[in-house]
Write a protein that binds this ligand. Structure first.
Ligand code: SF4
Ligand code: SF4
Length: 310
């Protein structure tokens, strides 16, 4: 099957406003920066991501390294033929990119096993596939690959075939849309990639995770706080932005399930007002907690200014 390179996206790498660092100052994501081996991406003083054009090789790998597909740019160019993916291209694929090829049917890699970076990512992909009960990538050494007609003909049709797009993305583009939120969780349903631990003791049901999560993982409904981990893309924005440090995101590949936590009308022992709570134990309501913190910090400021020992 022939693939044409994606001509919809520009040749320039652009970090769009979908980057979660534009949504919250507390975001910690730097997956694109860590991915780019040419150091073409870096953090600005404002903690947003900048692209250094002179260092960028336009390999396109960062487009897939971003968990929320916030980077626009060229698609990575990879060689593929007859369900075989060849080790070449300017960049090592990210886990998501490699597994998207697997999903599109490219399950054999023509790969030099002494290449550590490729082997690391293939091992990571095979661990993921093992966890979801799918066969791993098989690897054939380039010297044993008998499918070499591909390399013997250098006509323009062959050159075009070398530019492998991803069918999934091509389909999005046919609908005239940018490929947003393509995640492993979405492609490999019903499996999740991450678990989210909720501390019912700490959660104050402030709703910041609901507002910020780019994947729609959290919901409030019928006195239930529910967490649909199958949708999580692992950006960790919820964990970083939760004011109570009540959420913790960790890699955990398994069948996904929606966790629900019932909340009830608790009575604040200080102000005697009712407030929604997940915890069965008696606690101050969020407003009294804030007052308490303010009182505490005011006391500390007072003590510091008088040079009192703390
Ligand atoms: S990987 Fe995506 S969301 Fe994360 S910092 Fe880079 S552009 Fe932003
Ligand atoms: S649940 Fe948290 S880590 Fe997962 S996608 Fe939403 S904000 Fe990101």
């Amino acid at each position: 099957m022939e693939y044409a390179i994606n001509t919809f996206l520009s040749g320039t790498v652009l970090v769009t406003s979908d980057c979660i660092r534009h949504k919250s100052k507390r975001a910690t994501c730097r997956q694109c920066i860590d991915y780019c081996e040419h150091h073409a991406l870096s953090l600005t003083e404002n903690e947003t991501v900048a692209v250094k054009a002179e260092a960028c090789t336009r390999c396109g790998g960062c487009v897939f390294a971003c968990p929320v597909m916030a980077i626009e740019g060229p698609m990575p160019q990879r060689r593929a033929e007859d369900e075989r993916l060849y080790q070449d291209g300017e960049s090592i694929p990210s886990l998501k990119e490699l597994l998207l090829y697997y999903h599109e049917g490219y399950r054999t890699l023509i790969l030099d096993e002494s290449h550590p970076s490729w082997m690391n990512i293939v091992e990571e992909a095979n661990t993921f596939l093992h966890s979801i009960n799918k066969p791993p990538f098989s690897i054939i050494s380039p010297s044993l690959n008998n499918n070499d007609s591909y390399f013997k003909r250098e006509d323009s049709a062959i050159k075009r075939r070398r530019l492998l797009g991803i069918g999934l993305i091509q389909r999005y583009l046919k609908q005239d849309e940018l490929p947003k939120n393509i995640s492993l969780a979405e492609v490999f349903k019903p499996y999740q990639q991450f678990s989210i631990d909720v501390s019912t003791e700490r959660c104050s049901l402030c709703g910041s995770c609901l507002q910020l999560c780019p994947a729609g993982v959290f919901h409030y409904q019928d006195r239930q706080f529910s967490v649909d981990t199958g949708k999580c893309v692992g950006c960790r924005l919820c964990e970083a932005s939760c004011p109570e440090e009540a959420l913790s995101v960790r890699p955990d590949v398994k069948e996904s399930a929606v966790s629900s936590y019932a909340f009830h009308a608790a009575l604040c022992p200080r102000c005697q007002r009712r407030y929604p709570s997940l915890s069965p134990d008696e606690h101050l309501c969020p407003a009294c907690v804030v007052r308490e913190r303010l009182r505490f910090s005011t006391q500390r400021i007072g003590m510091n200014s008088l040079n009192f020992p703390q």
